[in-house]
Design a protein around this ligand. Sequence first.
Ligand code: CP
Ligand code: NVA
Length: 306
Amino acid sequence: MTHKDFIEIHDYSADEVREIFEIARDMKANREKYRDALKGKTLAMIFEKSSTRTRVSFEVGMFQMGGHALFLSSRDIQIGRGEPIYDSAKVLSRYVDGIMARTFAHKTVTELAEYASVPVINGLTDLSHPMQAMTDYFTAWEHLGDLKGRKLAYIGDGNNMAHSLMFGASKVGMNISIATPPSYAPDPMIIAQSQGDADYAGTKVTITTSIDEAVRDADVVETDVWASMGQEAEAKQRQKDFEGWMVDARVMSLAKKDAIFMHCLPAHRGEEVAGEVIDSPQSVIYDEAENRLHVQKAIMYVLMRK
Ligand code: CP
Ligand code: NVA
């Protein structure tokens, strides 16, 4: 694998995604084998937004491979006071062996990648959340086995999660149906790119405003919050626009009988998902959370080991 960065799943081939999954599975089963895999290496973790899972799983992941992670809140570093990304990328590259960044503007992460000489990992932007989507497909693979020809239904906002799930589906051979309220469809550019990837892979991407159509015969049902980080000012309007956009037992009953439910978390029970679904045996949310650790360790191993 010759990548410097991990910005989008779109940039990786199906074989490369599969290779990362195989490494993650081995790491999950044989943690000790990798105890020195990144010995002496340091990861800088830049956060412009809050995080529980991303922060903890990256930091623990580095520790488990013999390395070290630095938590850098944008409130405390000079980026937050307007130091150019160009200089920040060059300077950090003199100290650390990799950078993970969670930002508002997607461009911040792509600029970091452009100017840093060390690997840059997208830890969520307004546009995408590839670490979570990689993990979700890994989790589906663990639960369902071969994913070829299976269907994932995503119900809710056409947001960063929807985008990354769209990019990931074709790489694992899955069809994906996205159902959103009328004015909350995914970004047209992401639709076009993922459609192209799907054509190449022989899979399908469907965009609809019908929950029932999307979820029918799905093997995996996923949703996400109505208002993402950075959309606090729209939250009231979104509460109105998303009324009824909840994955509940009725919605799950339209999916396959053994379908699994996924959510990247944090979740709002009673909004995008009913407690009867997220806390049911079909829900694999804590496996997803755990697997962030294993999948990201595999990604850091692939990018930072040299
Ligand atoms: N799912 C996820 O990325 O969680 P955090 O915001 O807690 O990192
Ligand atoms: N769409 C959510 C995902 C959080 C992990 C957000 O961006 O806030």
